[in-house]
Design a protein around this ligand. Structure first.
Ligand SMILES: [Zn+2]
Length: 210
């Protein structure tokens, strides 16, 4: 499967945690013009969309009407929901964007940044593109150097300016995992992605108390 196009700017969406939104169609009020955004979009595109506040209300109301989440904090435009049983939070910004985080013993490192925290993400990343040259370049980088800068892929996809808090991503890398190399195919590569995700101050406060 290749990358989905952003429902707002039509450029590809790279699924980096904290940088894109998955707008589920089941929240939609039928007939509302904001419904056209259902699908995946860049977080920065949603922030600039007149329909962002509608998706904020739809998603916040959807999550708070169930029994799993309670509101833990509301400040700076953020509504932060804490899971009732699990050490997980979900935060929605009034402009439409979201960020989620969990806390597991000894799993994630956090570093203070801009009064919030940076959480380390280390996840398996499967990438398929129509552009064989880009995939081949990533494979060569992984084999030769063990890693490939995620920023170089963002440039190749033309979406470097679709990242928020983009300086956070400058050290971001794809990392070679020999076990995953068995899954490599023409036009597709599996690897690990290591990068940081930013939690703004009010979200970080709830995260620290999880
Ligand atoms: Zn976009």
């Amino acid at each position: 499967m290749t990358l989905l196009a952003c429902t707002i700017c039509r450029l590809p969406v790279l699924e980096l945690d904290g940088q894109f939104e998955n707008l589920e169609p089941y929240y939609i009020t039928p007939g509302d013009p904001a419904a056209a955004l259902a699908g995946e979009c860049h977080s920065v595109c949603l922030e600039g969309s007149p329909h962002g506040p509608t998706w904020f209300r739809w998603r916040r109301d959807g999550y708070t009407s169930g029994r799993s989440y309670v509101i833990a904090a509301e400040r700076d435009g953020w509504t932060v929901l804490r899971h009732q049983r699990l050490r997980e939070l979900l935060a929605f910004h009034e402009l439409g964007t979201s960020v989620g985080a969990e806390r597991r013993a000894g799993q994630k490192k956090a570093a203070p940044w801009k009064e919030g925290v940076l959480l380390e993400v280390d996840e398996q990343f499967n990438l398929a593109l129509d552009d064989d040259d880009v995939i081949a370049e990533i494979k060569a980088g992984l084999r030769d150097a063990g890693r490939f800068p995620i920023g170089r892929l963002l440039d190749a996809l033309g979406i470097a300016d679709k990242m928020r808090w983009s300086e956070v991503l400058s050290p971001a890398v794809f990392v070679h995992d020999h076990a995953l190399e068995e899954d490599w195919m023409a036009g597709a590569v599996s690897m690990r992605a290591r990068y940081s995700k930013y939690l703004p101050p009010v979200v970080a406060e709830v995260w620290r108390a999880l």
